[in-house]
Design a protein around this ligand. Structure first.
Ligand code: OSB
Ligand code: MG
Length: 387
């Protein structure tokens, strides 16, 4: 990892855009229709700039953060930590943001990952290579929201398989689980990699019920229990044949180590936003690799900007399972980047390696048209100079 490009961020433009999903996305803990997304543009004194995305949702139904808490955290505590100061490199940003600021991981990640993006621009490298990526294509899985009936789910899952997706993830919740998974397994056959994600909808009292999923040979069951739980997941894992994958519960490197120690599951879904950025995501990748635990890159219904970061992260060696990295057209009538993210017939997204930075251009006119609020942040010192 080359974390050595010095950064001097002198301006951050924060905006909120509203982007309509092509279809509502339902998980056990809520529904997303329109996506309200915070987008950052970071400027270096040298004139270089880049974009980053904060993945927090509108409501605190996935983690406690929301776009509004992230906006507050970025403007009040986080951006002032990086603005107007000389930073040794993107690998130093995590410590700068962590010191005496608890939580707000998605807000931290938006700033921290933006610094990685900026360093990629400044050093003339593709983001993937700056991070230590080793793949030129990453395997793509689809995440299908809860549907009205098993039949409706089977239709979507079959279409996804036909399109080339390498992993089919179905959202489940009590009352819409065993029959749904049975229908999908029956229809897709024994060879397809299928998994289920409960987004914390169950308790240990459901252990026998969840064990009924074992016969469907899912490649994993994601986050069945509490969003901050590790101990009960360990109990459940002992009861299940299906490997448990943790998502919500893994909020830091320490939590990943605890999961490994406690045997709370066998796979980690890494979302850089959830863990506070790329340095933490990479460290979790490394501790998991040392424990021979596979990881994969999760998704937060990102725009093409956040997707650039996920694709770069997923190019690291231990991202050995397909990520929730669907192409742009799965989510949006039109993305905010060009070229849009696409998937080839083998279900692979290509890592942009032929140009520095994120590998996509942001359509600024379109972003302006979608912007519903906007705030310009400068260092106090810079503001004094301007005044
Ligand atoms: O648990 O991974 C999740 C979407 C919203 C909230 C939580 C999750 C998801 C997804 C979407 O599964 C994955 C994607 O971005 O395609
Ligand atoms: Mg999940």
């Amino acid at each position: 990892m080359t974390g050595a490009t010095k950064l001097h961020v002198d301006r951050i433009v924060l905006r909120e855009v509203r982007l309509a999903l092509r279809e509502p996305f339902r998980i056990s803990s809520g529904l997303v229709t329109d996506r309200r997304i915070a987008i950052l543009q970071l400027f270096d004194v040298s004139g270089a700039s880049t974009w980053s995305e904060c993945v927090a949702f509108q409501d605190p139904n996935y983690t406690s953060e929301t776009i509004d808490t992230a906006w507050l955290a970025i403007t009040k505590w986080l951006a002032p930590r990086v603005l107007g100061r000389t930073i040794d490199g993107p690998a130093s940003v995590r410590a700068i943001l962590e010191k005496n600021i608890r939580g707000h991981n998605m807000a931290k990640a938006a700033v921290e990952m933006g610094c990685w993006g900026l360093a990629a621009e400044l050093s003339g490298q593709p983001l993937s290579l700056l991070l230590g990526g080793t793949r030129d294509r990453v395997a793509t899985g689809i995440s299908i929201g809860i549907q009205a009936s098993p039949d409706a789910l089977v239709k979507r899952a079959s279409a996804a398989l036909e399109a080339g997706y390498r992993k089919i993830k179905v959202k489940i919740q009590p009352g819409q689980d065993v029959e749904y998974v049975r229908a999908v397994r029956r229809s897709l056959g024994a060879k397809v990699d299928i998994m289920a994600d409960a987004n914390s909808a169950y308790t240990l009292a459901d252990a026998d019920h969840l064990a009924a999923l074992d016969v469907f040979e899912l490649i994993m069951l994601e986050q069945p229990l509490g969003d901050d739980d590790l101990v009960r997941h360990a109990t459940l894992q002992r009861r299940l044949m299906t490997p448990i994958c943790l998502d919500e519960s893994i909020t830091s490197v320490d939590r990943a180590e605890d999961m490994i120690t406690l045997e709370s599951g066998r796979i980690i879904n890494i979302k850089p936003g959830r863990v506070g950025g790329f340095s933490a995501a990479k460290a979790i990748h490394d501790v998991a690799a040392a424990a021979r635990m596979p990881v994969w890159c999760g998704g937060m219904l990102e725009s093409g900007i956040g997707r650039a970061y996920n694709v770069a992260l997923a190019s690291l060696p231990n991202f050995s399972l397909p990520g929730d990295l669907s192409p742009s057209a799965r989510y949006w009538a039109r993305d905010v980047v060009s070229p849009e993210w696409t998937m080839d017939g083998d279900g692979m997204v290509h890592v942009p390696l032929s140009r520095p930075g994120l590998g996509v251009d942001v359509d600024v006119d379109r972003l302006d048209a979608l912007t519903i609020r906007h705030e310009e942040l400068r260092s106090t010192a810079a503001m004094e100079v301007v005044a």
